[in-house]
Design a binder for this molecule. Structure first.
Ligand code: ADP
Ligand code: MG
Length: 347
């Protein structure tokens, strides 16, 4: 080790992962895909592959216990992991849960957390099969690993998008980010005005998007029923723009999306107006919506078109044209992928 000091911020989250893992070799034939997708792919036999993914949530970074009920936190911690398995067009089956807790937490508090974990396991039909428990000097840390299965021909990675494929997104975007803005605002009010009770009425939808997101198990099942195999897929955890870049980078393509086609709920639009924010920006860069972003072949258009769960937001272009947003005025602008950078606390 030299005496040089490089700030992590310079690399960013993805740069750091790349830097740290660049010299690791893959030695096993059963490792079909390692770092770089929503989940790693491991082969079992010709008919079945395993998907493995891990996410860690840290108090004060990923959640604030001032406004996050522990039960919701447990539920969300599971959901964000399952979402990465669904994003491979696969079915999650098991999780392991590891926690680090300080003596600030009582048994009852941890039971609350686990009641949320259990609720998610029941809803998504997941077995809890292990984990680790240790102490922490400061905040709460939750790390969950999800394991799923799929047949090799069903799995959708980030690398399969092809020229002229259509770009589709499930549900609507930007709601979780606007929910967070409401919670942060009420936290400030609570702090400054003699512990005034927060006024959260009227924000139910966006608060639920932030506090109790769901993974789109139903979308993976629906795609199967419609006999549509996405050519590529990713879940929207960091924001639409950032996820589009992941698909574009790994598929060596470009993409055009149309501002007017991006699905945003009326509740999100209303909240954005109130906060003087552009709702397209919330959809592009807000993140935590856990919707699925995927590409399909043109021939599958009819199967998707008109379905209320899906919005066709654009198409795949040549790599050289990059990722562009066609504004309502019809002007193409290069997308900025800010998304989530673990070492920079802004969007
Ligand atoms: P996602 O947003 O889908 O959860 P991440 O951005 O967390 O994915 O991670 C990107 C990729 O890098 C994944 O394949 C993940 O497994 C891998 N990865 C993240 N952190 C590390 C690490 N510290 N060491 C090795 N691989 C990592
Ligand atoms: Mg993901």
């Amino acid at each position: 080790m030299s005496n040089e000091r490089t700030e992590l911020e310079q690399l960013g989250e993805f740069g750091l992962i790349k830097h740290l893992t660049q010299y690791f070799k893959i030695n096993h034939k059963s490792t079909v895909k390692s770092i770089g997708d929503d989940a790693a792919i491991l082969s079992v036999d010709d008919h079945e592959q395993l998907l493995v993914t891990t996410d860690m949530l840290v108090e004060g970074v990923h959640f604030d216990l001032m406004y996050t009920p522990l039960k919701h936190l447990g539920y969300k911690a599971v959901v964000v992991n399952l979402s990465d398995v669904y994003a491979m067009n696969a079915t999650p089956k098991q999780i392991t849960v590891s926690i680090a807790v300080s003596n600030r937490f009582s048994l009852e508090a941890i039971e609350e957390l686990y009641s949320g974990i259990q609720k998610a396991c029941e809803w998504y039909d997941i077995d809890l099969v292990g984990g680790d428990t240790t102490s922490s000097k400061s905040g709460l840390v939750i790390s969950i690993t999800a394991i799923g299965v799929a047949s090799p021909e069903k799995i959708a990675t980030r690398a399969g998008a092809r020229l002229h494929d259509l770009i589709v997104v499930s549900g609507d975007l930007g709601g979780a980010y606007m929910g967070l803005q409401v919670l942060e605002r009420e936290k400030e009010v609570f702090r400054s005005v003699n512990e005034a009770q927060p006024d959260l009425s009227g924000y139910d939808y966006i608060l639920e998007r932030q506090l109790k997101p769901e993974a789109r198990k139903d979308i993976v099942e629906l795609l199967d029923q419609l006999d549509v195999k996405p050519t590529s897929m990713i879940d929207i955890s960091d924001g639409l723009a950032s996820e589009l870049y992941h698909i574009a980078d790994q598929s060596f393509v470009g993409c055009d999306i149309y501002e007017e086609k991006i699905p945003v709920s009326p509740e999100t639009i209303a909240a954005a107006k109130e906060f003087n924010l552009d709702y397209t920006t919330a959809a592009l860069n807000g993140g935590e919506d856990y919707e699925l972003l995927f590409t399909i072949k043109q021939k599958d258009l009819e199967k998707i078109q008109g379905n209320p769960h899906f919005s066709i937001i654009g198409h795949v272009t040549e790599e050289a044209s990059g990722c562009r947003l066609i504004t309502r005025a019809g002007e193409p602008i290069t997308l900025k992928a800010q998304g989530w950078n673990a070492f920079r606390n802004e969007i």
